[in-house]
Design a protein around this ligand. Structure first.
Ligand code: OAD
Length: 239
């Protein structure tokens, strides 16, 4: 029987592509205060500052130097073999999974390349800079479009689908996440209660004790292609 696999990725999977993590050396929250940039109150208080922070991150993501790395590519390969038996959940707002070839990515913290209107709910792709004086193409409201990302104090996206997948999963894999932010940090517990094998891939130890049954230490670009090859071989031998 095919195994159901849930993969959770965090900022660490995009490090070898050239993007920063949030915590730790060089992390985004080391240089910026999250409460001034990533909350609904921050946006109400100073939309220009918040929009500029996201404009900057968008420019960086779209610069030619930033490309998917072997970990993103390997997960796309896994999707092509496992199809609906794989659920790929990311906390990342970048589009590197999609650029690597993954087609069904659940962005639980939203997407950097999208904006959404708080007035009418209209969502739109955004690749260029966005300013507080710009208006919504749907309802014409000015200053009501915001980055389509989940800020602190807001509810992550796709939770019902993610919970359903975790409750039926045989293998849970967390890649490049520090395990500091809930609810994602609690996914391993749900998977373990479902009887899943739980594998953590990270170059550093994450908060202990945790419920992972296996820890592999190293960069995602090396570890993920190896693990994916193992999972594909196991799928082939299971018929
Ligand atoms: P963190 O910055 O908290 O953690 C990144 C993890 O990646 C750390 O555990 C690093 O050890 C690991 N790492 C570093 N280099 C790596 C590499 N080459 N390969 C694999 N792992 C590597 O990022 P997240 O756990 O993703 O939320 O953060 C979770 C959430 O906190 C983010 O989605 C964001 C942030 O506040 C929101 O903005 C809502």
């Amino acid at each position: 029987m095919r195994q159901n696999i849930v993969v959770l990725t965090g900022a660490g999977i995009s490090v070898e592509s050239g993007l920063q993590t949030f915590r730790g050396e060089g992390g985004l929250w080391r240089h910026h205060r999250a409460e001034q940039l990533a909350t609904p109150d921050a946006f109400d208080a100073n939309p220009e500052l918040v929009l500029e922070f996201y404009n900057e991150r968008r420019r960086q993501l779209l610069s030619p130097a930033i490309q998917p790395n072997p970990a993103h590519l390997a997960l796309a390969r896994l999707e092509s073999v496992c199809a609906e038996h794989l659920t790929l959940v990311t906390q990342n707002v970048d589009d590197l999974h999609e650029r690597g070839g993954s087609q069904r990515v659940l962005h639980m913290h939203g997407e950097l390349l999208r904006m959404r209107c708080d007035e009418c709910g209209h969502g739109v792709e955004q690749h260029g800079d966005f300013f507080a004086t710009d208006s919504c193409a749907q309802c014409d409201a000015i200053g009501r479009l915001r980055p389509d990302v989940v800020w602190f104090g807001e509810v992550p996206l796709h939770l019902p689908r993610i919970m359903a997948a975790l409750e039926q999963c045989d293998v849970f894999i967390a890649i490049g996440t520090s395990g500091n932010v809930y609810p994602a940090a609690g996914f391993v517990d749900i998977a373990r209660r479902a009887g899943a094998r739980a594998i953590e891939l990270n170059p550093e130890p994450t908060p202990q004790p945790n419920d992972f049954t296996e820890h592999r230490c190293g960069p995602a670009g090396e570890l993920v292609p190896k693990l994916v090859a193992e999972l594909i071989a196991a799928t082939a031998s299971a018929g």
